[in-house]
Design a protein around this ligand. Structure first.
Ligand code: SF4
Ligand code: SF4
Length: 317
């Protein structure tokens, strides 16, 4: 089969090599930029907007003013009173000139435009690791289906090279886009934040009916991939016995499901919120204990009857 020659541009947040999460073996994870959900606990606020953005690390800034003078959009100024650089984000076009010129690395760029060919080239560099570890590539978010054509080209390129392909999604997308990509996958992760539509809307900003429908349609599709449902357990928000029961009852009948995975809420993104001048919405919430998560996972397994993992570790280990 000839190799695909198409090259479509997309918004990439970053590419992480030799990851041991998000699929089997050693993986390259391609994080894309742009997401239709606004989860209260989002640990990657820099992935929400589709275009490139900048962050500002105040503690590193020496107030030299170089960034202000190089910015072609006049988006930056020195706030003398607060002794910091002020950013007018609606003026910024993400050119990254300020990031390149800052002498003390006080500015950080989030995201870049890349072609599908460039992404495939990056992924291919680690082919030998995939071969020896049973790994491959995982396309993650933001939301991959927001850039369906770009993702499709990347996956076709990987399939032509025999690279194993996984994708992680909220499934908040049109069925047409989903169907164009399902035949290219070996493994599909769907993040189900809450099985109840109203609760889901409160937590993420969107109703989950389309997500639940897409899960059912993907499960009934003729395509040969494994399905993993993931739920981040957020204390007090989606970990009630009723919430666990609802999602277990929904997942119970799925035929393609390999396992259910609960992920512990964490606060790893709080520094990025600060760098982007954003308020972290869940100040009071703490990471749940392993014992607490096990209790919820056991309850889930009793109802759903499917294997369960907690942060990647099988429950019955
Ligand atoms: S990324 Fe470009 S437009 Fe945005 S603040 Fe920096 S120099 Fe200005
Ligand atoms: S160039 Fe860097 S160190 Fe200088 S004012 Fe801008 S952010 Fe601060």
């Amino acid at each position: 089969m000839g190799r695909s020659s198409a090259s479509i541009e997309g918004n990439v947040l970053r590419i992480e090599k030799t990851s041991i999460h998000d699929g089997e073996g050693l993986r390259t994870v391609v994080f894309l930029k742009g997401c239709p959900l606004k989860c209260l606990w989002c640990s990657t606020p820099e992935s929400q907007k589709s275009s490139p953005e900048i962050g500002y690390i105040r503690g590193k800034c020496i107030l030299c003013g170089i960034c202000v003078s190089v910015c072609p959009q006049k988006a930056l100024s020195i706030d003398e009173e607060k002794e910091m650089v002020s950013i007018e984000r609606d003026k910024c076009n993400g050119c990254m000139l300020c990031v390149k010129k800052c002498p003390s690395s006080a500015l950080k760029g989030y995201g870049a435009r890349m072609t599908s060919k460039q992404v495939i080239h990056e992924i291919s560099k680690d082919e030998v690791f995939y071969f020896h570890s049973g790994g491959g590539v995982t396309i993650s978010g933001g939301e991959p289906f927001d850039q369906a054509e770009f993702v499709r080209e990347i996956l076709i390129g990987c399939r032509e090279r025999g690279i194993n392909r996984a994708l992680e999604t909220s499934f908040f997308s049109s069925w047409e886009k989903i169907e164009s990509i399902l035949p290219l996958l070996n493994l599909l992760y769907v993040d189900l934040k809450h099985a109840d539509p109203e609760e889901h809307k409160k937590l993420t900003g969107v109703d989950n009916r389309v997500i639940l429908e897409n899960i059912k349609r993907a499960d009934a599709s003729p395509h040969d991939f494994d399905l993993v449902i993931r739920t981040p357990l957020i204390p007090g928000l989606n970990d009630s016995d009723d919430a666990i029961k609802k999602s277990a009852e929904f997942i119970k009948g799925l035929k393609k499901i390999k396992f259910m995975e609960f992920l512990a809420y964490h606060r790893l993104g709080t520094e990025t919120y600060k760098n982007m001048g954003l308020e972290y919405p869940l100040q009071e919430i703490k990471t749940p204990s392993l014992e607490f998560m096990k209790g919820k996972a056991i309850k889930f397994q009793e109802i759903a009857g499917v294997p369960v993992r907690i942060n990647g570790i099988p429950l019955n280990n």
